[in-house]
Design a protein around this ligand. Sequence first.
Ligand SMILES: *Cc1c(COP(=O)(O)O)cnc(C)c1O
Length: 352
Amino acid sequence: MSTAIDIQKTSASKIFEVDFNNLPFGQITSDHMFICDYKNGKWQQPQILPYQNFSLDPSARIFHYGQSVFEGMKAYRDDKDKIWLFRPLENQRRINISSERLAMPAFPENYFMDGLLALIKLEKDWIPQTEGSSLYIRPYIFATGIGFHASPADEYKFVIACSPSGSYFSGKVKVLIEEKYSRSANGGVGFAKAGGNYAGQFYPTQLAKAKGYQQVIWTDDNTHEYIEEAGAMNVFIRIGDTLITSPTSDRILDGITRKSVIAIAKDENIPVEVRKITVSELVEASKKGTLKEMFGAGTAAVISPIHGFGYREKDYDLPELENSYASRFKKRITDIQYNRAEDKFGWRYLVE
Ligand SMILES: *Cc1c(COP(=O)(O)O)cnc(C)c1O
C-alpha cells in the first residue's frame, strides 16, 4: 500500500540554469524535497514541496545536542532512460539503526520508500546521463523540538533532498595513518551515520592535509594498532592476491559498498578475509613488496584507490597496477548500477 503524499510542485524550475555536462559533486540542488515531520509521538502527513529554507526555533535541539543522522544514495539513468537505485532498502534500514543510537524515532519503511520513489519520479529530469554522473540523494533526520534541556527532542524532521552530481573525483590519494585522534570509540556512535561523526573528523583531516595527505586512515581508539576506516569510507587492503577488510563493529560503519565488494570478491573467487589488520602488518607487507593495493569504498566515489600512506614520519608508496582489484570492483559495481551488466545479486531497484 502506498503512502498518500501531499505534492506541491514548483512553478519556477531551476533546471535550465544547470550545466549538466559540468556537474560538481553535491553542490547543486534539485527543484523539490520530501519532508515529513514527527510530533505528538508520530510521523505526520508526508509532503513533497518546492526546495526551500527551513525555519527553526533557536532552541531547536539539533543546534545544541546534535541529534542528526543521514544517508547517502544515488539514482542512475541508463542509456534507455530507465531510472535505477542501488540496494535502497539497505539505506532505509540503516537510517533507523543510526536513529535508534541517537534516541531518535524510527522512520517507517513505507514512508521512506514511497517518499523516495515519488521524489525521484518528480525529479526525473534532474538525473544526469553523462558517464559517472548520477542524482545524489540525501535522506536525513534532525531534531526540531525546542528547549535547552539536554534530553532527546520531541519533534523531528525527516527530509530527502537531491543533487545532480558528476563523478566524485578525488585525484591521487595519499593517506596518513592516524595515531592520536580517533573517529569513534568502543560503545560510541561510530557505526551510526551521525552528523557529529563527521564534525569530529574534520580537524584531524585538516591537520593531515596540512602535512600533504588527502585523507586519514583511522585506527582503533584503544591501541591505534588496527586499521579501521579511510576517512568516511570503508577500507580494503590487498596483500598478495588476498583482499582484507576489518570486520564491522560499533566503531565501524557497515557500508553498502563494502558489503558489495565482499560479495563480488567471493563471486570472482578472490580470496577475501574479513578480519582485523594491524598497521605493522601493512608496513611489513609494504617492505616485502606484497602490499599491492589499498582502497576506500563508499557510495560517493564507489572505489577510491589509495596511492600511498604515511606512518610515523615515513611515506610508503603503493605500486601502480594494471587490472587492479580497485578498477575491477568499480567496473562491476557501476555496471550493475547503470544497468550495463547482469545483476545476479538482485541489487538494482527499478524506479521507472
Ligand atoms: C557512509 C559511510 C561509509 C560508506 O557507506 P556506503 O553505504 O558504502 O556509502 C563508510 N564509512 C563511513 C564512516 C560512512 O559514514
